[in-house]
Design a protein around this ligand. Structure first.
Ligand code: ADP
Ligand code: MG
Length: 337
């Protein structure tokens, strides 16, 4: 059973950046206003995310890393919210099967924080010995999750990873994109032991300034705001964002930032449709910067087409993409004339 769980976990969490993405989403869902990430050896040795969100009830700690327990499911009133948040209740469970996981958490009503350790879905004693019960320690409201020795028991995964610096770059990429999309939250990301912080987004920064911090002024100064009309008939509840204007030439391809229902996704058909628009404006090989946030009727979205949730499927895909690209085209040509 442990081996089966470990293999399943290795399908969901395929790199440190996947683990980080899941934990980041949990911190955002917990209404945090500040999220700090610390990384050692590309996230393989040590990956820590600390938030100032709601914290986890001490009573929930024993089940935190169990997969699909009914007690976890009762927290969600209906299937609708499950699909909204891509609920599967297995991120932390998966991580606990392929790393040494520890949690420090405090809710506002608790007097102190609680620290506990997990392995294979269950509470375990700390490495120093003792029992597996959560133990009281000093701490602030919020949650800190520490993942150590990721993939220590999945040698095939370890072999398929890139260098520490490349894995760290992917982590920084995920954090940066969530920082662009998620306003009112401050983010930092750094290598532990390093002297500099690689990403600092203050919580009061505007979205344009967030884009500037991540992608530089050359992009931020050339942005066009996009607001596509909703079309409830095809399930498009909202679409807004920023793209670079039709004069902005950039040969090095900037990876698009596309969110559907507040989850970072790769939506290649949408990216291609937008790049296509710019071929009438830009020299060959030059691509726009794209940040788009779509809200699609949750019942139309399937987030579980791929174990890592990187890809999504949604109903009326062609119509929705067509609607968005013609909205952007209209905006660009109105500025052009
Ligand atoms: P899911 O997010 O699908 O429920 P996870 O394994 O990612 O599954 O998380 C399990 C649960 O643990 C969450 O639903 C949430 O209740 C709790 N949780 C995880 N991380 C945090 C956090 N940073 N702050 C508060 N609660 C958290
Ligand atoms: Mg989660």
């Amino acid at each position: 059973k442990t081996v089966v769980n470990r293999i399943a976990a290795g399908e969901i969490i395929i790199a440190p950046s996947n683990a980080l993405k899941e934990m980041l989403e949990n911190s955002i869902d917990a209404n945090s206003t500040n999220i700090e990430i610390g990384v050692k050896d590309g996230g393989l040795k040590f990956l820590q995310i600390t938030d100032n969100g709601s914290g986890i009830d001490k009573d929930d700690l024993p089940l935190l890393c169990e997969r699909f327990t009914t007690s976890k499911l009762t927290k969600f009133e209906d299937l609708q919210s499950i699909s909204t948040y891509g609920f599967r209740g297995e991120a932390l469970a998966s991580i606990s099967h392929i790393s040494h996981l520890s949690v420090i958490t405090k809710t506002a009503k608790d007097e102190c924080a609680w620290k506990c350790y997990y392995l294979d879905g269950k509470l375990v004693p700390p490495p120093t010995g003792g029992n597996s019960e959560p133990r009281p320690i000093a701490g602030k409201d919020g949650t800190s999750i520490i993942v150590e020795d990721l993939f220590y028991n999945v040698p095939s995964r370890l072999r398929s990873l890139r260098s520490h610096s490349e894995e760290y770059a992917r982590i920084l990429d995920v954090v940066s994109k969530y920082a662009i999309h998620t306003g009112h939250i401050g983010f930092t990301c750094k290598k532990l032991g390093g002297s500099s912080t690689d990403l600092v987004i203050r919580k009061d920064m505007s979205r344009r300034d967030r884009i500037r911090t991540v992608f530089g002024s050359s992009v931020a100064n050339e942005l066009v705001e996009v607001n596509v009309d909703a079309d409830l008939d095809i399930g498009l509840n909202r679409c807004y964002g920023y793209v670079t204007n039709s004069n902005y030439e950039n040969k090095k391809s900037i990876r698009p930032v596309i969110f559907i229902n507040n989850r970072l996704v790769a939506c290649d058909p949408l990216r291609r449709a937008i790049n296509q628009l710019y071929t009438t404006y830009l020299p060959k090989g030059h691509k726009p910067f794209i940040y788009l946030a779509l809200e699609i009727d949750p019942k139309d979205v399937d987030v579980n087409v791929h174990p890592t949730k990187r890809e999504v499927r949604f109903l009326n895909e062609e119509e929705i993409i067509e609607r968005i690209s013609s909205g952007i085209e209209a905006k660009l040509s109105s500025l052009d004339s």
